[in-house]
Design a protein around this ligand. Structure first.
Ligand code: SAM
Length: 311
């Protein structure tokens, strides 16, 4: 095929994709979040990537049209998120409504990307919680700088819990508004804020890195979440007297983990305590004689698990 023919064919295909998206008026329906993200990604990938080398007037006009549609779709989601944030700030957003919305996004996302670790629920939650990529990069750079000064190798670096796993943990641990939930190794507060928003439970995030917990605290304040507290603290020295549920997404290992588990064991002797886990830490908890798994599902590194203290 000659170069000119190939270019012509690519332009035709891109024009067809664009027209399909432009004509799908229902894409502006607030409920079609996942479809909008997919369309936006297609526009970015096909149009910016596919036409990068082509500076003909026809190609430029097509890119301009595609970018205008992308902006229009992004505006729909920005409006949804800012309306929701305002309702959260003024306490007019019910937990059940938010739960249903996130569940639907996560289910649709899993149906399309069954093996993906993160999904559309995470894109939506990041926007809702006010996590901004540029600010996060600055925070991560600050933490890295501190780490150069020496980090306990038993402390695991920050990685966010996927939203669908947060939903799973909430379900399996049966978290309600009466619970006091601790997230050990709270990072930038994703789990802490989501659990509070989705259940009404009081949540305490314990995070050793000040840059992360300061960032989390600022996001909590911006949303006016009175039920979320961030403590800049080593989980070994935190007080767990009022905890009813503890979440841990593989935050630490070795002796550090042993020390924290011993403190939790003492709490579990006094009252019912549930511990939700994700990551390799699940296997360490499965070996604790004072804990028993809740439910009969097989344990796995990438599956949320919940344990309860034996009493
Ligand atoms: C895998 S991340 C989990 C992040 C968070 N739970 C979430 O899902 O968004 C582990 C976090 O544990 C923190 N961490 C490691 N050791 C800690 C300790 N001794 N006490 C408190 N936090 C710790 C790390 O700084 C990191 O932010």
């Amino acid at each position: 095929m000659r170069e000119g023919d190939a270019r012509g064919q690519r332009l035709r295909k891109l024009r067809e994709s664009l027209e399909e998206i432009e004509q799908d008026a229902a894409l502006r329906d607030p409920a079609r979040y996942v479809d909008r993200v997919q369309a936006t990604e297609l526009l970015e990938l096909e149009f910016e990537g596919g036409l990068a080398e082509d500076d003909s007037a026809a190609a430029r006009a097509l890119v301009d049209r595609a970018m205008a549609v992308r902006r229009e779709l992004e505006d729909v989601d920005e409006a949804i998120v800012s309306e929701l944030r305002e309702r959260i700030r003024t306490q007019r957003c019910a937990e059940a409504e938010l739960m249903e919305r996130l569940r639907r996004i996560c289910d649709e996302s899993s149906a399309r990307w069954p093996n993906a670790f993160y999904g559309h629920g995470d894109f939506f939650a990041n926007a809702l919680l006010g996590f901004e990529p540029a600010a996060l990069e600055r925070v991560a750079a600050e933490v890295e700088e501190n780490e150069r000064a020496g980090r306990n190798p038993e402390q695991v670096f920050y990685q966010a819990t996927p939203v669908r796993q947060v939903l799973e943990l909430i379900d399996r641990a049966r978290v309600t508004a009466d619970d006091v939930v601790f997230d050990l190794g709270a990072g930038i507060g994703k789990v802490a804020m989501l659990v509070n928003l989705l259940t009404g439970a009081k949540v305490v995030g314990v995070e050793i890195e000040r840059a992360y917990s300061d960032y989390a605290r600022a996001r909590v304040e911006a949303l006016g979440l009175r039920g979320v507290e961030l403590r800049t603290q080593d989980a070994r020295t935190a007080r767990y007297d009022d905890a009813t549920v503890v979440f841990m997404y593989h935050p630490f290992t070795g002796r550090l983990l042993d020390e924290v588990l011993e403190r939790l064991r003492q709490q579990a002797e006094r009252r019912p305590l549930r511990i939700g886990t994700l990551g390799r830490i699940t296997f360490t908890l499965a070996q604790q004689s004072w804990l028993q798994p809740v439910g009969t599902d097989a344990l796995g590194e990438h599956r949320a698990a919940v344990f309860a203290g034996r009493r």
